[in-house]
Design a protein around this ligand. Structure first.
Ligand code: AMP
Length: 307
């Protein structure tokens, strides 16, 4: 079953304490689609400017990502400039320019309107809402957001929440949205705002999955070196939604496995700058890290292998 995703495609300038890149391919929809493609067909809704590089267009097309809904408009492509602290869980946005996204009100293609799985990646809640309203009978609707939209378009975001099955956001954003500092209280408060499932991403500390009657927690895959955390959350969401779409239904156990695949792709994304970790990836490496992840968290594992 296929996924339709709306989100940014843009050029990122990223600074970390150990290096950086300028004008590298990024954006929430880019990371999402490059991870989701391993699990399910994925179709993008986004805008790019006349400065969008043909090689970046090819990068998507050569990886079977459907970009018929990626329209080229007069003007400049989305830009974001971010700087990470020594503690890579913290970053500052130096600048963000929506450019061609500022007044983007896309008409979905007929097959995109029939999608069963919808991901409203990080972008303005009004654009997320505009896209969602065109999908006729989605099975699963999930969305991501960030501090920028919680601060600047809070009412639009609050209106969207009851229409979601799943909301993903990071710990700082969960606190900001709910007004609760404690993450358990924050997760529960956000469930009351509408979504059936809330996924709180905690960077190197892992993920919490909240539902009305259950809580699931896993660590992040431990890495000695994180090169660039940008896009980890979107890669997580791409694999997570991809696994749900591949299974065609949502059960507790499918959700939990989706969280593990999400964490696997998130950990791979941060090992290289920009989209490089995801664009050069092969399925074997995903399976290898998935197995390593399971071993890492399986308390019976050593007993089982010695049999
Ligand atoms: P993540 O690290 O998962 O939050 O994703 C970072 C990506 O989101 C970057 O590649 C940026 O291009 C993109 N981005 C940054 N700020 C925004 C924003 N306000 N709205 C939408 N996308 C953004």
């Amino acid at each position: 079953m296929s996924i339709v995703v709306v989100g940014t495609i843009g050029y990122d300038t990223i600074e970390t304490q150990h290096g950086g890149v300028a004008e590298a391919l990024g954006g929430s929809a880019s990371f999402f689609a490059l991870a989701a493609r391993f699990f399910s067909p994925v179709s993008i809704v986004a805008a790019v400017g006349t400065d969008f590089r043909p090689e970046d267009q090819r990068l998507f097309a050569e990886r079977s990502i459907d970009i018929r809904g990626m329209v080229q408009r007069e003007g400049e492509t989305f830009r974001w400039h971010g700087r990470y602290h020594e503690d890579m869980n913290i970053r500052d946005t130096i600048s963000v320019a929506l450019n061609v996204f500022a007044d983007f009100t896309p008409d979905l293609l007929p097959d995109q309107r029939r999608s069963d799985y919808v991901f409203l990646a990080n972008i303005s809640p009004s654009l997320q809402e505009h896209v969602l309203s065109q999908v006729t009978s989605p099975k699963v609707v999930a969305a991501d957001t960030m501090n920028h939209w919680i601060e600047n378009e809070r009412s639009g975001l609050i209106r969207l929440l009851p229409r979601l099955d799943i909301l993903t956001l990071n710990d700082e954003e969960a606190r900001m949205l709910s007004g609760e500092h404690n993450l358990l209280k924050a997760g529960r408060a956000i469930l009351k705002m509408g979504p059936d499932t809330v996924l709180v991403k905690r960077g190197e500390y892992g993920v919490l999955l909240f539902q009305q009657s259950s809580l699931f927690a896993i660590p992040a895959y431990p890495l000695e070196e994180v090169v660039d955390p940008t896009g980890a959350g979107d890669a997580f969401a791409g694999a997570f939604m991809g696994w749900l779409a591949r299974n065609g239904r949502v059960t507790e156990s499918i959700l939990r496995t989706a969280v593990v695949y999400g964490s696997v792709l998130g950990s791979i994304a941060v090992e290289k700058f920009s989209v490089e970790g995801l664009s050069e990836l092969a399925w074997d490496e995903i399976e290898k890290r998935y197995r390593a992840f399971i071993e890492l968290t399986d308390s019976h594992h050593s007993r089982w292998t010695s049999q």
